[in-house]
Design a protein around this ligand. Structure first.
Ligand code: SAH
Ligand code: SF4
Length: 370
């Protein structure tokens, strides 16, 4: 017996890669397509259950390969039904393992009446440094692999196997900046959105970015892609600079130019997210400036009242929030207030900083220092 090697972790491999793998094992290429079907369409993580493959091949795969799903370390159930997972990722790279231990990451499952929404992380931690977001306090621990991004969806679906609703939504709004882990994110999206793969509709998958312009331009060229949401969060460059240092590199006017050029599909709208920070960016003048910035775009705005963390900001006042929303709506900009779910278990937007991972990083750093 030998430990499966990293190259033989099947999770995250494309149909083409699995066909090549089948051939490398001396099997016909179509066995790879069958494996793809079993892994992603039937969502099997146990080779023995892949009954569309011959028994001898199943045994060989079980011996030589692995399907490394993230492991559930802990779950936190919110009073509103939201479930936050703390998942352990096996760390294939000894260099990052030294720095961060085996990385942990967070995934949030939100059950609704006719659907479930799964919020996945694309990086462990984040380098972007938005000052209102707890994830930023972790810094970037590491990029996730395509298998680790898909694995979060698979684990959350498997954990609710008996109570799944007909529709699954996936939002790339957990830890990390998806467009700074572009290749892995898109490799996972091609499998998630593939009708022969996990078959989630592109209308039900949203990638949220802090506004990485080269990534937005690249995404627009992809044939298969999720919807796009942009975290605007401010109405002037001066204001945005203060809370999102990335704005100095990609300022509002250039960001909106990229949005103007973005090739929307006929059914598609851009989403702008706007985190309301009390008495900072929630005035009626701010709302009016947002209208001026985006009213020429096919877009809607999601207003997210700031979720508290240990950071020096305030929740917005309910009256100001509603006035802000109405100012947009009255000027023809569709605007919706999104109360984040799962706040009592730190599962809401911007709260995914994993106290335990911060702690384990500190332990690593202090043990490395001693
Ligand atoms: N990195 C990506 C996606 C993850 S953050 C991005 O920034 O877009 C997902 C959303 O949560 C973003 O719109 C972000 O602005 C918002 N957010 C971050 N911290 C928040 C907080 N404390 N309260 C409310 N929303 C927050
Ligand atoms: Fe990173 Fe998004 Fe948080 Fe900004 S808001 S630090 S980009 S996760």
């Amino acid at each position: 017996m030998h430990e499966p090697t990293e190259s033989c972790d099947l999770l995250g491999k494309s149909a083409q890669e699995l066909r090549a793998l089948a051939e490398s094992l001396g099997e016909p290429a179509y066995r790879g397509a069958q494996l793809y079907h079993a892994l992603y369409s039937e969502r099997r993580s146990d080779f023995a259950a892949m009954t569309n493959l011959p028994a001898a091949l199943r045994e060989r795969l079980a011996r030589d390969c692995a399907i490394r799903l993230p492991r559930i370390l802990r779950t936190h159930l919110s009073s509103d039904g939201t479930l936050r997972y703390v998942l352990a990722l096996s760390d294939p790279d000894a260099r990052t393992a030294n720095r961060a231990g085996s990385a942990t990451v967070e995934t949030v499952f939100m059950p609704e009446e006719n659907r479930q929404t799964i919020c996945v992380s694309t990086q462990a931690g984040c380098a972007v440094d938005c000052h209102f977001c707890l994830t930023s306090t972790l810094g970037l621990i590491r990029n996730l692999t395509p298998g680790e991004i898909l694995g979060q969806v698979l684990v959350a679906l498997a954990d609710h196997r008996d109570a799944l609703k007909p529709q699954t939504n996936v939002v790339l709004m957990g830890q990390g900046e998806p467009l700074l882990n572009y290749d892995a994110v898109m490799a996972s999206m091609r499998i998630l959105l593939d009708p022969n793969g996990m078959a989630v509709s592109p209308k039900h998958v949203t990638l949220s970015t802090s506004g990485i312009i080269p990534g937005i331009e690249r995404l627009g060229q992809e044939k298969i892609r999720p919807k796009l949401a942009i975290s605007l969060n401010a109405s002037t460059n001066e204001q945005r600079d203060k809370i999102m240092p990335i704005n100095r590199k990609y300022p509002i006017e250039k960001l909106l130019d990229a949005c103007r050029r973005y090739p929307l599909r006929p059914w598609e709208k851009l989403t702008f997210e706007y985190v309301l920070l009390g008495a900072f960016n929630d005035s009626t003048e701010d709302a009016q400036r947002v209208v001026e910035l985006i009213s020429h775009l096919r877009a809607k705005v999601n207003l997210i009242p700031w979720n508290p963390g240990d950071l020096p900001y305030e929740k917005p006042d309910a009256g100001r929030l509603e006035k802000f929303r109405r100012t947009l709506a009255d000027k023809g900009v569709p605007a919706f207030t999104r109360y984040s779910r799962g706040q009592d278990v730190m599962a809401a937007c911007g709260q995914l900083a994993l106290l335990e991972s911060a702690r384990s990083n500190l332990a690593q750093i202090s043990s490395a220092a001693s």
